[in-house]
Design a protein around this ligand. Structure first.
Ligand code: FMN
Length: 190
């Protein structure tokens, strides 16, 4: 992993993009641990560090999980994510984009600000992944399924944890879309 000069940080902040095509190469656990260590350098309210990283490994396992998420979302009258039903019904769509690992940043409680803390940790994790030649993509679409008690039971996520930020990681098999541009920031000088 890069040693943290501003140039490295700048290139990670400006170079990281959501990647939606991955090589099958697995990520070894040491690398995932290193990402978690970078993630936990994020600030947290009152330094509570209210996070746990739940990792689902294996492309095939994630393919099955994707099918379950899609099936579940189709049963909901109003999914909390604006999503086209055609996409959910398409058997060719893998919401985890064929990545070899899903890292779910979970809050250890529903305490105020725990979710914000987890999102900050997730951003650190994604930047650290970029600096390690890995790619990532948040998969917010899966959250509503992951928070279900039954899903937690099936996956082995302790019931008290609150899945906040699911993100897939893997070795990229596409150039991230540079076209994901940004609007000029709106700054209110008050
Ligand atoms: C909270 C959150 C949820 C997201 N959920 C999904 C998702 O379910 N599937 C997906 O492919 N991308 C998802 N994304 C990725 C965004 O589409 C992507 O970050 C955005 O288009 C900007 O592109 P960039 O990350 O390449 O800069 C999500 C991003 C965030 C921050």
């Amino acid at each position: 992993m890069n040693s943290g000069t501003w140039t490295d940080l700048r290139s990670a902040i400006y170079g990281r993009r959501a990647v939606r095509l991955y090589k099958s190469t697995p990520i070894d656990r040491d690398t995932i641990e290193a990402l978690a260590h970078a993630a936990i350098q994020a600030p947290s309210a009152m330094n509570r560090q209210p996070w746990v990283f739940a990792v689902v490994e294996g492309k095939e396992r994630l393919q099955r999980l994707s099918d379950s998420v899609k099936h579940y979302l189709l049963t909901l009258p109003t999914p909390d994510f604006p999503i086209e039903r055609d996409m959910l019904m398409d058997p060719g769509v893998n919401i985890f984009h064929g990545a070899p690992a899903l890292i779910v940043v979970c809050a250890t409680s529903n305490d105020a600000q725990a979710a914000e803390d987890c999102c900050l940790a997730a951003e650190n994790l994604m930047l650290a992944a970029y600096a390690s030649d890995l790619a990532t993509c948040p998969v917010g679409l899966s959250r509503q399924y992951l928070v279900k008690p039954q899903t937690k039971r099936e996956l082995g996520i302790p019931q008290e944890l609150v899945p906040v930020f699911p993100v897939v990681a893997g070795y990229p098999d596409e150039e991230p879309q540079k076209s994901h541009g940004r609007h000029t920031p709106t700054i209110l000088w008050l």
